[in-house]
Design a protein around this ligand. Structure first.
Ligand SMILES: [Ca+2]
Ligand SMILES: [Ca+2]
Ligand SMILES: [Zn+2]
Length: 434
């Protein structure tokens, strides 16, 4: 595998005797190799899951359905620079939404060669509005850490254990929220010698619940991004040793692509290596932060055309300003993953509710026998009680300004009331059954 050109520069700058040429822009591929070293067979398992997702769209995937993925961003910071403001996080979510719904303005820059393969994934990302306990949330956690950097020389040997500490509260990071229900994104510092050792990595959809007990430790599910590479309005400049890099939020777009099953467009090898996607043109190598539209390094036959290298593709390493597209084959794969390995993320997911401050109240709370919901202005179209496991327990269509529900038969515990307005917005309130 070829490495980024800038890495030897880092090595010479710091005049260290060690080879850090294994460090690169995205380490999702290396993360799979690391997991393979811990649990032999993992790579074959990932390939198997990839093929399951790839076959999916031929049978039942509905291409027009908009999927909504609840997101939690864990900001883990040692300095205030690393404690990115909400505005940067909001902008990153906006970029994900543009890129994954093909609403990004720079699609006009895509060469006409790729009209035959382009498409919209039709995936929406939403900062979670309730946490795993059902409490209202911003979908952002902030953790001050004494860990100056989660990058570590162990990375050079392909050891991710220090990086993975960002996903563990006990190790100076933050524990994930339910990984079946939330896309967890950690933003932190991963520098070695004051230079970002990588910009991000992601776990592949691997169907880990089916793994035999004891096969963990593993790469914990989610995406990790270097803090300067996050958001398109980040006041921190990004420099990996060759001068400032223009940041548009596409590192996260790229890593979420891995999280949803995609591989690098050049297949992490020469022209004989493939990314497993039929309509992405093969390439002999990654682009290196450049936008060289003269390259056609491998001969393809995609719908009777030999396409040039697709520097427009988010799964290349081209500069962020020339990335603007996924192909239909990549889209089908990602949507296949959302219908298989990551099914719970986008189907009946209690974490994806949108909370609206409706003029309603519930009482008494805690409750033993009868729970009332009152409406001050207008009447909800529906009121539903859910268990914390997402199971629907009661459903009502209120006809007056106070709805009384009999909860005598319900077990003691915490429940959620979903109050849906006529406009379709759902507010969520929590109560305790004694
Ligand atoms: Ca391909
Ligand atoms: Ca070609
Ligand atoms: Zn990558």
């Amino acid at each position: 595998m070829k490495k980024l050109l800038l890495i030897p520069l880092i090595a010479s700058t710091f005049a260290i005797g060690q080879d850090i040429s294994n460090v690169e822009r995205c380490m999702s591929h290396k993360a799979i190799e690391y997991q393979e070293s811990l649990t032999p067979g993992f790579k074959a398992h990932v390939d198997q899951q990839f093929n399951i997702a790839k076959q999916h769209h031929h049978t039942k995937a509905n291409k027009s359905q908009l999927y909504t993925i609840p997101v939690v961003v864990h900001v883990v910071y040692n300095t205030q620079d690393q404690n990115l403001p909400d505005s940067v996080i909001f902008r990153q979510i906006q970029t994900l939404n543009e890129d994954y719904q093909r609403l990004n303005a720079d699609t006009v820059n895509m060469r006409a060669d790729f009209d035959i393969v382009k498409g919209s994934p039709n995936i929406k990302f939403q900062l979670a509005q309730i946490d795993p306990q059902g409490n209202p949330s911003t979908g952002i956690t902030r953790t001050e850490t004494t860990t100056e950097t989660f990058g570590d020389l162990g990375l050079i040997q392909g050891d991710f254990s220090t990086l993975e500490q960002v996903k563990q509260t006990a190790e100076g990071g933050h524990d994930p929220w339910d990984q079946d229900r939330y896309l967890n994104i950690w933003v932190c510092n991963m520098e070695i010698f004051n230079t970002p050792a990588l910009l991000g990595y992601a776990s592949p959809p691997a169907g880990l619940p089916n793994w035999p007990p004891g096969s963990i430790p593993n790469i914990s599910d989610g995406v990790v991004i270097q803090y300067q590479a996050f958001g398109a309005n980040n006041s921190n400049s990004l420099d990996m040793g060759q001068g400032p890099i223009n940041v548009l939020g596409r590192t996260c777009t790229h890593e979420v692509g891995h999280y949803l099953g995609l591989r690098h467009i050049w297949g992490d090898g020469g022209c004989t290596e493939q990314d497993g996607i039929d309509d992405t043109p093969n390439a002999s190598d990654q682009s290196q932060f450049d936008c060289d539209d003269t390259k056609n390094t491998c001969t393809d036959n995609i719908q009777n055309v030999d396409l040039p290298d697709m520097i427009e593709n988010y799964m290349d390493y081209s500069a962020e300003e020339c990335q603007n597209s996924f192909t239909q084959g990549q889209i089908d794969l990602m949507r296949g993953v959302l219908e298989n390995q990551r099914y719970d993320l986008v189907h009946d997911n209690p974490a994806s509710v949108e909370i609206e401050e409706l003029a309603s109240s519930i009482y008494p709370n805690p409750v033993t026998s009868e729970l009332n919901v009152s409406f001050d202005n207008g009447i909800a179209s529906s009121v539903e009680i859910y268990g914390m496991n997402g199971r629907l327990i009661q459903s009502h269509q209120p006809e007056s300004s106070v709805l009384t529900m009999d909860v005598n038969a319900m077990e003691s515990g915490v429940y959620l009331v979903h109050i849906k307005s006529n406009s379709g917005h759902t507010s969520v309130k929590k109560f305790v059954k004694q």
